[in-house]
Every structure is written in structure tokens, then in C-alpha cells.
Design a protein. Structure first.
Length: 236
């Protein structure tokens, strides 16, 4: 079992973030558990790369002096698995918002789906979703979106190292993507629909790797909190 000094000196925790939790909630849960266990008034705790509430998987949470390594960890390559659903778009490019437009998928073949991945390999230009936490003129993009305001979003260069189709069931396409920092898988799903002369949105997402860290070695916030405070109920 880790000691108070271990957490203050710095730990990098591999956490498997639950569905519908924000990254901030996961950090708070870990911080609460450490503070409760060791009766600490304060301890630095932060994460190395946000996961959307609708995504699950690997979240690196750093404590104490390890928070200084967050920028370095954020810069590492990421791997994701998930599903893209063809035939409909949403304003958020995922299931955070309702389908706003539907498209035909009758012309799409399995061969077309696999071939379309080739368009996205290497360095590509990508526009972040309007429903994102990126800032423009001091305001987050999702704030503009919720107010119904249109803003110009600059495209940026990202790198897709691998884009593999792992399954196709009707209009649901399963995939694995290895990519650079700053890649929006929601935008990739949206653009993938356009490449198939249709529409698409991200219907599930799981982060499996950050650099050499693998979700297979991660534990849930609930498991971490039970290890640290066996008799306590999880608190947010």
C-alpha cells in the first residue's frame, strides 16, 4: 500500500474512467480519497489529457510532484477503440446531442469503408468540434455552441498513425485509431461520414493507450477508493 509520502512525492495513477463521468470528477474522487486516508488538507492532483464524459478508458492521474510531468504525458501518442455510426450527424459529432440530419447508407460497401481509412492516415488537417473545451477569444467553444452562435474554427494539423476497421455490423463500424496529441476522434468520425458521401457520428469511445501506458493495467476510481478507504463510500 502506498504511503502519504508516496502520493506527495508523486504518483502516476492509471485510472479506467467510468462512462458519464467527467475527467474532473475522476480527479476529484481520487483527490478526496487520498486526502481522507491521510488526513491531508491539500494535495496536488491533476490529469494528463481530458476524456469526454461519454468516453471510457485510460486517464492518467498525477499526484504531488508528478503533476509537473503532465505536459510531457499529454504530448504522447494515444490509442482509441470505438464505434462510428453511419447515416446520421449530430452537432457535437457524438451522442451528446441529438441527430440533426440523416443520410443514405445504401451505397456504402465494406470495401469502401476500409478504403476510406486511407484518406486519414499521416498528417491531416482537422477542425475541432464546436462542442469542445477549446478557447476562442477567451471563451470555450461549447459555450458559443450552447448559445447558438456560429464561430470560425481554425483547422489544425494532427497525425493519424493507424486507422483500422475491426468490425462492421449494419451501419455500426468498429475501429481502432492510434494518433497524435490533439486529435479529436469525434471530428474523425464526422469527416469519415463525409468521405463516404454520407454522414456519421461517434457512438462509443474508449482510450486504450497513452504512450507506453495501457488501460489493461488501470483500475477504476471505485477500486482505487476501496483500496485506500475500504470502509468508506465513494464520494464526489
Amino acid at each position: 500500500m502506498k504511503t502519504k509520502e508516496d502520493f506527495l512525492d508523486g504518483q502516476t495513477l492509471l485510472i479506467d474512467k467510468p462512462l458519464n463521468w467527467s475527467s474532473f470528477q475522476a480527479v476529484n474522487s481520487i483527490k478526496w480519497s487520498i486526502r481522507r486516508k491521510f488526513e491531508l488538507k491539500k494535495i496536488k492532483v491533476g490529469h494528463a489529457g481530458t476524456l469526454d464524459p461519454l468516453a471510457t478508458g485510460l486517464l492518467l492521474i498525477c499526484t504531488g510532484k508528478s503533476t509537473k510531468t503532465i505536459n510531457e504525458l499529454q504530448g504522447q501518442a494515444k490509442e482509441y477503440t470505438g464505434t462510428i455510426t453511419l447515416g446520421g450527424t449530430t452537432p457535437s459529432y457524438d451522442l451528446e446531442s441529438e441527430i440533426n440530419e440523416t443520410f443514405s447508407t445504401e451505397h456504402i460497401t465494406e470495401a469502401m469503408i476500409k478504403e476510406a481509412t486511407q484518406q486519414f492516415l499521416g498528417e491531416i488537417e482537422q477542425a475541432p468540434p464546436i462542442f469542445s473545451a477549446l478557447k476562442k477569444d477567451g471563451k470555450r467553444l461549447y459555450e458559443y455552441a450552447r448559445e447558438g452562435l456560429e464561430v470560425e474554427i481554425k483547422k489544425r494539423l494532427v497525425t493519424i498513425h493507424e486507422f483500422e476497421i475491426t468490425g462492421i455490423e449494419a451501419t455500426v463500424v468498429s475501429f481502432r485509431v492510434a494518433c497524435s496529441k490533439g486529435t479529436y476522434i469525434r471530428s474523425l468520425a464526422h469527416d469519415f461520414g463525409i468521405a463516404l458521401n454520407s454522414g456519421a457520428h461517434l457512438s462509443s469511445l474508449r482510450r486504450t493507450k497513452i504512450g507506453d501506458y495501457n488501460v489493461d493495467n488501470a483500475i477504476t476510481t471505485e477500486e482505487f477508493n476501496k483500496l485506500l478507504n475500504p470502509d468508506a463510500e465513494e464520494n464526489l
